[in-house]
Design a binder for this molecule. Structure first.
Ligand code: GRF
Length: 200
C-alpha cells in the first residue's frame, strides 16, 4: 500500500465531461496507485466533470477564461497560482480545450501531460476522428505526451491503437478510442511517476 503522503499530488485540468478525469480519479482511489488528485480545475464553469470531481470529494476550482478577455497570460497566471496553492507537482490535461501559452507550458515543463485522441503526429488539433475517417487510415488511437510549446507536439510517452472498421462513423470510432484512453492514461501516469518520482 502506498501511504497517502507518499503519493504524488496531481492537478487535473478539464473543460468538459471529464471521462478521462474520472478514469484518473478511479485509479487514484486504489491504495497502491502512486498519485492522488488534489485539484480539478476547469476554465468553464458549466463543465459537467466538475460535479463528478465533487462527488469524489476532490477540491474543484473554476478559472473562467471569459473573464480575462484576450489576456491569456493573466488567465494562466491565475491557473498557475491555484495549482501551486493546491500542492500539486504534476498536471494532467484531460480534455482541457484551451491552447496554452509558453508561460504555463514553461512553468510546468516536463511535469504536464496531455491525452490526445489520435496517433500523433497524425491528426493534431480538433475533430481527429472525422479526420482519420476522411484520410482512410486503417489504424487510429490515442497518445499521451508531455506538453511543450507546439500544440500536440511534445515527446510521446505512449500510444494505444484501434483498428478502423469499414462501417465506422466518427461516433463509433471515438467510443472505441475513448475506451483505450481510459485504460492508457492511468497506466502511463503511474509509469511516469515511478520513473520521475525523485524530480517531482
Ligand atoms: C478526449 O478525447 C481527450 O483525448 C481529448 O478531449 C477528450 C476529452 O474527453 N483531449 P473527456 O472530457 O475526458 O471525456
Amino acid at each position: 500500500m502506498t501511504k497517502q503522503a507518499e503519493k504524488t499530488p496531481i492537478a487535473i485540468l478539464i473543460s468538459g465531461r471529464g471521462s478521462n478525469m474520472t478514469a484518473l480519479l478511479e485509479a487514484c482511489a486504489k491504495p497502491d496507485y502512486p498519485a492522488r488528485v488534489v485539484l480539478v480545475l476547469s476554465n468553464r464553469p458549466e463543465a459537467p466533470g466538475l460535479e463528478i470531481a465533487r462527488q469524489y470529494g476532490v477540491p474543484t476550482e473554476v478559472i473562467d477564461h471569459k473573464l480575462y478577455g484576450r489576456d491569456r497570460e493573466s488567465h494562466e497566471k491565475a491557473i498557475d497560482h491555484c495549482i501551486r496553492e493546491s500542492g500539486a507537482t504534476l498536471i494532467c490535461l484531460a480534455g482541457y480545450m484551451r491552447v496554452l501559452t509558453p508561460y504555463l507550458v514553461r512553468q510546468w515543463s516536463g511535469r504536464m501531460l496531455n491525452i490526445h485522441p489520435s496517433l500523433l503526429p497524425a491528426f493534431p488539433g480538433l475533430h481527429t476522428h472525422e479526420a482519420a475517417l476522411q484520410a482512410g487510415v486503417k489504424e487510429h488511437g490515442c497518445t499521451i505526451h508531455l506538453v511543450t510549446d507546439g500544440v500536440d507536439e511534445g515527446p510521446i510517452l505512449a500510444q494505444a491503437r484501434v483498428p478502423v472498421r469499414t462501417d465506422d462513423n466518427a461516433d463509433r470510432l471515438a467510443h472505441r478510442v475513448l475506451e483505450q484512453e481510459h485504460r492508457l492514461y492511468p497506466e502511463v501516469l503511474a509509469q511516469f511517476i515511478e520513473k520521475k518520482k525523485e524530480s517531482l
